[in-house]
Ligand binder design. Structure first.
Ligand code: MN
Length: 255
């Protein structure tokens, strides 16, 4: 087992709006395979699935290569952390029990090789959109979750997959809004504010926005937004000393 710690997010596997789903999943799996000797931990920072919803005895179809690879990594003793995003909130123990993942439902602050990390998917942080806030409350509500799972998966899964598809397609060409700039980007304003009362943090790392960003916030603090695993295949890697932002290019030697 190696020493590197990897960060990636937003594969949105299984999306009905992504045509190259199988090649996308294979690429992700080949990446995970390529780091198995080098990694001590992997942080999946949310929205790895476009819609994940577990039932008591049933889990969604698909993703067998991905889940198989994650299980192989955790079997080898690599820590794999899974943050729920805003598309895959609804996991109730399967990913922990079957795949050995460590599931996080909220942002965490953790120490890695002596540095302090604030890690989050990024939804709900600084975003003033009231419609999104309300939806987020409903999605996280235990009673609503129980009610949703009383609907037959034939309809529940169809509803979820189509909701996720439309939340992608309502944006022109199905891609993300480009970087809005330091003053307008919610995650940046949130982080700057948070830093005022938590100046011990060295690295803030987020997903959610599907843009690649690296910003120095003070002499020691910086924030990263990880891009995605739909088009960009980007990740961050911390070797204990330095942080690198990389793109996974098949056939090349990646750190
Ligand atoms: Mn998201």
């Amino acid at each position: 087992m190696g020493k590197n710690v990897y960060f990636l997010s937003d594969a949105h596997l299984g999306s009905l709006a992504i045509e190259h789903g199988r090649t996308q999943e294979r690429r992700l799996v080949r990446f995970l395979d390529s780091i198995k000797e080098k990694a001590s931990a992997i942080y999946l920072l949310g929205d790895m699935f476009d819609f994940w919803n577990e039932y008591k005895y049933v889990v969604p179809k698909g993703y067998t290569r991905f889940l198989g690879k994650l299980s192989e990594l955790t079997d080898r003793g690599i820590e794999v952390h899974f943050f729920t995003g805003n598309h895959d909130i609804w996991t109730y123990g399967y990913l922990e029990k079957e795949c050995g993942l460590i599931v996080h439902r909220k942002p965490i602050t953790t120490e890695i090789y002596g540095k302090i990390f604030f890690l989050a998917h990024g939804d709900g942080l600084g975003d003033p959109d009231n419609k999104f806030k309300l939806l987020r409350k409903i999605f996280h509500n235990r009673t609503c979750q129980k009610f949703f799972n009383s609907i037959h998966p034939r309809w529940g899964m169809a509803l979820g997959l189509n909701w996720a598809k439309h939340s992608r397609l309502k944006r022109m060409d199905g891609r993300e809004v480009p970087y809005l700039g330091e003053d307008k980007e919610f995650l940046v304003t949130f982080t700057k504010n948070y830093l005022k009362s938590h100046d011990n943090i060295d690295y803030f790392i987020y997903g959610h926005r599907h843009i690649e960003l690296r910003l120095m916030l003070s002499r020691k603090a910086q924030m990263l937004i990880l891009g995605d695993w739909i088009w960009q295949f980007t990740y961050a890697v911390f070797d204990g000393e330095n942080m690198f932002m990389e793109q996974y290019v098949e056939g090349e030697t990646n750190p």
